[in-house]
Design a protein around this ligand. Structure first.
Ligand code: C2E
Ligand code: MG
Ligand code: MG
Ligand code: MG
Length: 273
């Protein structure tokens, strides 16, 4: 009976499973080829310092220029790259590329790079960062690493030790997507972040929900008292910007300032400002 049932279950699920597994496998294979054939590129999105109204830096965002599918967004392939471990060599490429580009910019603004929790588990992330900085001859104080709660969720002493080591070099550590996870406050106590990026969900709600404004105010006050700065993500309207200024946010980033741009567009944004 179990066998018959098993066969039914098998028959019922197999086609869908097959598609999922095959898609994943084909994407994985594609990723390997893409890395070897340099189909990846970085887009750079500026963040603005609200006290000076000048660009304080650019976040590097990976793009995949797929030969058939066109530009693929990281949301579509970063999770598969993480599952397959491909994020380790890809993340290393992103770091080296971002440092290399930033070293050539006409102003010594910062460059932010997103790190995956997987890069902390496998591989020598601090050695990779140090090598990328050396190779590019980039001042470590110009590099900012964005991590999500997932990194600290792994909760091992080695993760914290790595973060402290990097911070000791002068590299800045930012908490990305703040407010989207479960115990964000605990994480702020676990590590002395330099910057907190307020998730764009709160920014989007600023004009429609009074509680979003209260939350943003509370976060900037908290960050202030912990010696951290704040960057609001996903700022799209002048109204949101006004609220964020008023709340004492340090920096803003979003389509209102600029969409992510190709590397060639970075220098012109920095010249004459
Ligand atoms: P993130 O680090 O939170 O990056 C912000 C995302 O929001 C980017 O999407 C950016 O293009 C988008 N965005 C910026 N301003 C606005 C706005 O005003 N409105 C809206 N609606 N969206 C805005 P993107 O480039 O698709 O990246 C998505 C996520 O993929 C990133 O979220 C980050 O978690 C991940 N990611 C990107 N590049 C890398 C990378 O090199 N390594 C790793 N591990 N993850 C990456
Ligand atoms: Mg980020
Ligand atoms: Mg973010
Ligand atoms: Mg986000």
């Amino acid at each position: 009976r179990a066998k018959a049932e098993g066969r039914n279950v098998h028959r019922f699920f197999e086609p869908a499973m097959d598609v999922a597994v095959q898609t994943r496998r084909s994407v994985e294979l594609d990723l390997r080829v893409a890395l070897a054939e340099q189909q990846f590129a970085l887009a750079f999105q500026p963040f603005l310092d609200l006290s000076t109204n000048r660009i304080a830096g650019f976040e590097a965002l990976v793009r995949w220029h797929h030969t058939v599918r066109g530009v693929v967004s990281p949301a579509a392939f970063v999770p598969i790259a993480e599952e397959t471990g491909m994020i380790v060599p890809l993340g290393e490429w992103v770091l080296r590329r971002a440092c290399h580009e930033a070293a050539r910019w006409p102003q010594a603004v910062r460059v932010s790079v997103n790190l995956s929790p997987v890069q902390f588990r496998s591989g020598d992330i601090d050695a990779t960062v140090i090598a990328a900085l050396r190779e590019a001859k980039l001042d470590p104080r110009r590099l900012e690493l964005e991590i999500t709660e997932g990194v600290l969720l792994q909760d091992n002493a080695s993760t914290l030790a790595i973060l402290h080591r990097l911070k000791g070099l002068g590299v800045r550590i930012a908490m990305d997507d703040f407010g989207t996870g479960y115990s964000s406050l605990g994480y702020l106590r676990a590590f002395p972040f330099d910057k907190i990026k307020i998730d764009r969900a709160f920014v989007a709600d600023l004009s429609v929900r009074p509680d979003a404004l209260a939350i943003v105010r509370a976060v900037t006050t908290l960050a202030d008292s912990l010696g951290m700065t704040t960057t609001a993500e996903g700022v799209e309207t002048e109204e949101q910007l006004a609220h964020l200024r008023d709340a004492g946010c340090t920096e803003v980033q979003g389509y209102l300032v600029s969409r992510p741009v190709a590397v060639e567009a970075v220098a012109p944004m920095l010249v004459g400002r």
